[in-house]
Design a protein around this ligand. Sequence first.
Ligand code: ASP
Ligand code: MG
Length: 404
Amino acid sequence: MSLIVQKFGGSSVKDAERIKNVARIIAETYLKGNDVIVVLSAQGDTTDDLIAKAGEINPHASKREMDMLLSTGEQISVALCAMALEVMGLPVVSLAAWQVGIQSSGVHSDARIRRIDSERVQAELDQHRIVIVTGFQGVDRSGDVTTLGRGGSDTSAVALAAAFRADLCQIFTDVDGVYTTDPRLVPNARKLDEITYDEMLELASQGAQVLHNRSVELAKKFKVNLEVVSSLERKPGTKVKEVTKMMEKTNIAGVAKDTSIARIALVGLQHNPGVAFQVFDLLSKHNINVDVILQSIGREETKDITFTIHKKDQEEAETILNEHRAALRFDHIEADDKIGKVSIVGAGLMSNCGVAAKMFEALYEAGINIQMINTSEIRVSVLLDEEDVNRAVKAIHAKFFDEI
Ligand code: ASP
Ligand code: MG
């Protein structure tokens, strides 16, 4: 007997038919003699609809109240799914994150899971019940409901899999696995049979929508046996693991794009020690994540620091930086939200310097200008005009995958 965590995303539970379908998958797993913990997202576009509803009343609602509102989406899903399993005569219980004891930090709308109490879920499993848990949420020290950031249900699932040492964590979605790039954009994108945690982590944090990046971080840390599978078709998905068989002839696992970023440049900073520290310390105190950073020397002993952040943080970042303009002593801010990032990711990048050149060649051939370049051991990212992003993905994908 194994313990299996199964997570179903919003599209997999979007209506009654889909919920019944999900219930059948869960039932099949349970009836094979496994213990099953299920994690669900809100149905379809529920979370977006709730955000829109809030906007009609208060576009600047506090994050606490937003969490109170958004957490209801997942609560609907778990109750409905439990009802579908009840109809099938199976023992089941649905639980909200606060009932489980998914303890989180108190950062509303972006909380981190700190600890998961095991008693309640274990007691239910001991009674041979299927346990269905709300994804995307936790409870903070003061007992308030928090949410984990958009797409956070994947992270809930992996955290539960780690806490209960599950044998397998299956992420069910409406695609049948992880692809070399978004198949809606590039129809001949290929499904990967397996991918390493590191590659998946880079792809997820570079904009591939398949998995929440923090879920992959957790999976790597706790060596969770992770699998991305389709809820609509029965066929093998993509396994995410420590090492994979090297892909033949190609050094990259995939191409990702991200158009949710904005670029901010602080122009005319003093060229003194401590300036970068002051800037990024300030942003981190406001929980603003910074991605690509570039520093360049300007005229007259000044320097410019340019960095990218999520579009949603742009307004706040500009406000905070302007408030501290006297202390930071910069001349002015330049902001641009019409940019995008395209990345290639592959464990083989480390040992093959020709790979980056091949990416730049593809961009050159497509006549696309690069604004900034950033690399890690297994990734090369370029910043481009937002309108060039899709063309860049197609050109790069063709360069790496069409010739094989
Ligand atoms: N329902 C949440 C969202 O739409 C969480 C999730 O689906 O993972 O972001
Ligand atoms: Mg998702």
